[in-house]
Design a protein. Structure first.
Length: 304
């Protein structure tokens, strides 16, 4: 009886680190025989989730738990990947209908979308929230063919912001996998390194600057101790991107004006652009920015 209790404790301990799941191989290693596994399945103490993977007590409904079970079901060397990995890293927000797993061999499991890869190495694997998962760089590379250009730019920036995606890691991966379908598109986005943007609004503004031959501004940089959205340093011009959701209350309104005054005191002018103006009248916004930048340069030349 004591031995049975000891086995139950070991099962609970292993499952606790795997979102309530345990594999058949782990059960055998603990000392539970084939008949003991069958008895626990019949009594409901173990619930079959995938072939050789069991939930202890009851199936976990959370998407992250189902993702963990999927990786266990695909065996050693498997890692959560693609859209599932992107959600785990905070790069995407919506879990796919079926967990996605990449593995070195050909192992298919009902309810799991598997990807076979001969190029997945130890450099491409991390552990996050207790789950083996492809690295941020490998994850962004794998989802790149699925995304539009704006969404890929956003994924790349969110990877840098939330998942510790480092340019050096991405560059190493692109050099190693030059023929991957996502490589060319990612190279185009990484040619001009700068601080990561924080929103699609900032991505759109950088696209406007590129499309209308404006100088490339610094993004998310500090002026007079304040974090500003974009800065044209030579002209000492700040651009603040005013989305309604971020500037709709009195406190935000007052803080924005305080920041404008403080940065003006250091010789920096501020231009505020709304999302509506950027989307509806991009040519007008670009023309006006060109005019302001020329005027700022002329003023600096006269002062000198």
């Amino acid at each position: 009886m004591g031995d049975i209790g000891g086995i139950s404790t070991k099962i609970s301990t292993v499952a606790a680190g795997q979102y309530g799941h345990i594999t058949r191989a782990q059960l055998l290693e603990i000392g539970l025989g084939t008949r003991g596994i069958s008895n626990r399945i019949e009594s409901g103490k173990l619930v079959v989730v995938h072939a050789g993977v069991y939930a202890v007590g009851y199936p976990r409904p959370e998407a992250v738990a189902r993702a963990a079970a999927a990786v266990l079901a695909c065996g050693p060397g498997a890692a959560l990947s693609h859209s599932s990995a992107a959600v785990l890293w905070g790069i995407l927000s919506r879990w796919p209908q079926r967990p996605e797993v990449t593995l070195p061999g050909d192992r298919r499991r009902p309810g799991i979308k598997t990807h076979r890869s001969s190029t997945l190495t130890g450099r491409d694997i991390r552990r996050r929230q207790g789950i083996r998962v492809t690295s941020p760089a490998r994850t962004v590379l794998e989802i790149a063919p699925r995304l539009t250009d704006p969404k890929l730019a956003r994924a790349l920036n969110d990877g840098r912001l939330h998942a510790n995606l480092r340019p050096a890691h991405l560059e190493e991966l692109l050099e190693r996998l030059p023929h991957h379908r996502g490589t060319a598109r990612l190279r185009a986005l990484t040619r001009t390194p700068q601080a990561p943007t924080r929103s699609a609004f900032e991505d759109a503004f950088l696209k406007l600057c590129n499309s209308f031959n404006l100088p490339t501004p610094r993004v998310n940089t500090r002026v007079a101790g304040y974090l500003v959205d974009a800065l044209f340093p030579d002209e000492r011009l700040i651009v603040e991107l005013d989305g309604y959701e971020f500037h709709q209350d009195r406190t935000s309104f007052k803080n924005d004006r305080e920041r404008d005054a403080a940065t003006l005191a250091t010789g920096h002018a501020t231009v505020r652009i709304t999302w509506e103006r950027l989307q509806d009248e991009p040519d007008r916004e670009a023309t006006r920015l060109h005019q302001i930048l020329r005027a700022r340069r002329a003023h600096s030349a006269e002062a000198a």
